[in-house]
Ligand binder design. Structure first.
Ligand SMILES: [Zn+2]
Length: 264
């Protein structure tokens, strides 16, 4: 094929146009990725099981489930679950008050109904409530309607007795959830709060206080930074171990905060 001068200029112009288009696409891509990472900071996405990166909340997509708070704030959220049959827990509230620590209590609607005074004490002491469903069923084995009812019925009862709306905090009973259950909860305005570290106080066989103390305080500062710790109300060992756990964590300069503060 013969190259003419005019053809060469046309080709040069076409090349320049193509380069310009590529540059535009590259720049647009760059801007888009910067935009996405900014968006990610305010709407955290899944980081799977990879190492946590600073200031990112760890979640599981696509429903924004949280299993750890941001790193670098030196904050820990000790959370307590109260099942349908749980008893009241002045001992836990006293230990937290003595240490000026705040916690989030995931309580069932039935607990709130049966122990209204106790549920009210949670918010009176400056702690926070979360929705642990009405009667602590394994939601993965329930119909959509039952899942919805378990969550909304609990919400009404908890709000009524504690004066605080548990939304958007909720935790699935037994930690049993799947994408269907998470989707229903998300559509009801909830965000699933899982945990980073299970104290195992709710797992048979019953644990000694020393076991629980060691289980938590043996973790490194890096492991504990931003951690959400799972504990339960109504366990004697938990109440006995709590003061020692709190004082160890505070001596290491950790702030013990609610889920809302941790995720702020
Ligand atoms: Zn539970």
């Amino acid at each position: 094929m013969k190259f003419t001068k005019v053809g060469g200029i046309k080709r040069a112009a076409a090349l320049a146009r193509a380069t310009c288009i590529f540059a535009t696409i590259f720049l647009a891509g760059l801007l888009l990725s910067i935009g996405c990472s900014l968006l990610q900071a305010s709407h955290p996405k899944s980081e799977g099981k990879s190492q946590p990166s600073a200031s990112h909340i760890q979640t599981r997509d696509p429903f924004g489930e949280v299993e750890r708070g941001p790193l670098g704030k030196h904050e820990i959220a000790i959370t307590f679950d109260a099942g349908a049959e749980a008893e009241c827990f002045e001992d836990l509230l006293t230990a937290l008050a003595n240490a000026h620590a705040s916690s989030t209590f995931f309580i069932t609607g039935r607990f709130a109904h049966d122990h209204a005074d106790c549920a009210a004490e949670i918010t009176k002491h400056g702690h926070e409530v979360g929705n642990h469903t009405w009667s602590h069923l394994n939601l993965t084995q329930q119909s959509d309607d039952v899942v919805r009812d378990e969550i909304t019925r609990a919400e009404r009862a908890i709000l009524q007795v504690s004066g605080q709306d548990p939304k958007p905090r909720w935790r699935a009973p037994y930690g049993a959830r799947d994408s269907r259950v998470l989707k229903i909860a998300t559509n009801l305005g909830y965000r699933s709060i899982y945990w980073t570290l299970d104290s195992l106080d709710g797992v048979e066989p019953a644990k000694t206080p020393q076991f629980l103390i060691d289980r938590i305080t043996s973790k490194s500062d890096t492991e504990l930074d931003g951690a959400i710790i799972l504990m339960h109300v109504g366990e004697r060992s938990t109440a006995s171990a709590l003061p020692a756990i709190i004082s160890d964590l505070q001596a290491r300069d950790f702030h013990l905060v609610t889920i809302s503060t941790l995720l702020r």
